[in-house]
Design a protein around this ligand. Structure first.
Ligand code: NDP
Length: 253
């Protein structure tokens, strides 16, 4: 339980699966009066998540499942205005939506895959940040928690574009934190190592066998491991900024 999070409105992108979904559940367990705006493109999965939280959580967590495609600037721009009025004052933004497409050499990667990775992982995250910023500035408070990746620091063959997007997230997060240093707005980043989610299935275009082979011989993190850290970061005293946290499974080099 965190008293600091009581009554806060949390907006999570990419909440239909994996880390985003677990983060919503973890927030609901942490403070029963929390309000969650859970977003992604798959509305059915969001509704299922809302039902799970409302059934399982103690107390009165309120959940608003809402479709949002972060890679569509027009969708992002009008997002807060489309919400019922009492949901428009966001306290915490978790910029989690992200994906990787393919494991390709630079010579063979498709142009549309390059576009989708940058428009989701980078431009989407920047646009979401701009969306909440006027409210954060006028109240002089608010948390932005960006989900980066170890891949933003340590590149791998076949991941050139994905690694570049996560390096961009890291750089953006760091400069935003510095830009806001004289305010009460906190900017933080969590960089996971290998986590077992749908991420790998998306990477291999739905090929589950290939996706599972990524985890052969190692024990990846669970989405819940990352969710706990995100909620921990948001629950710290206002003067504490966990600027960047790298989280590895113990067997990952
Ligand atoms: P998942 O594939 O399980 O989750 C990704 C989420 O992003 C889904 O909810 C998906 O929802 C959403 N998403 C994708 N594109 C869009 C879009 N255009 N608009 C809105 N939502 C979108 O993977 P993870 O939980 O693992 O990934 C979450 C984050 O963690 C990503 O940023 C990823 O880069 C990062 N990460 C993951 C690691 C891993 O090993 N799994 C390691 C390091 C970082 P929907 O399809 O419904 O839109």
């Amino acid at each position: 339980m965190s008293a600091r999070l009581a009554g806060k409105t949390i907006l999570i992108t990419g909440a239909s699966s994996g880390i985003g979904r677990s983060t919503a559940i973890e927030f609901s367990r942490t403070s029963p009066t929390i309000r969650l705006i859970v977003t992604a493109r798959r509305e059915e999965a969001l509704k299922e998540l809302a039902a799970t939280i409302e059934k399982e959580s103690i107390g009165a967590t309120k959940v608003l499942p809402t479709r949002l495609d972060v890679s569509d600037p027009a969708d992002v721009k009008g997002f807060l205005a489309r919400l019922p009025e009492e949901w428009r004052e966001v306290d915490v933004l978790v910029n989690n939506a992200g994906l990787v497409k393919g494991v390709e050499t630079v010579g063979s990667i498709a142009e549309e895959d390059i576009d989708v990775m940058f428009s989701t992982n980078v431009t989407g995250l920047v646009n979401m940040t701009q969306l909440v910023m006027p409210g954060f500035k006028s109240r002089n408070r608010g948390d932005i928690i960006n989900v980066g990746s170890i891949a933003g620091r340590e590149s791998y063959v076949g991941g050139s574009i994905y690694c570049a997007t996560k390096a961009a997230v890291r750089s953006f997060t760091d400069s935003l934190r510095r830009e806001l240093i004289s305010t009460r707005i906190r900017v933080m980043e969590i960089d996971p190592g290998q986590v077992e989610t749908e991420f790998s299935v998306v990477r291999f275009g739905g090929d589950k066998a290939k996706a599972d082979s990524v985890y052969a011989g190692c024990e990846p993190l669970t989405p819940g491991d990352i969710a706990e850290i995100i909620v921990f970061a948001a629950g710290r005293r206002e003067n504490v900024v966990l600027a960047e946290m790298m989280v590895y499974p113990s067997h990952q080099a």
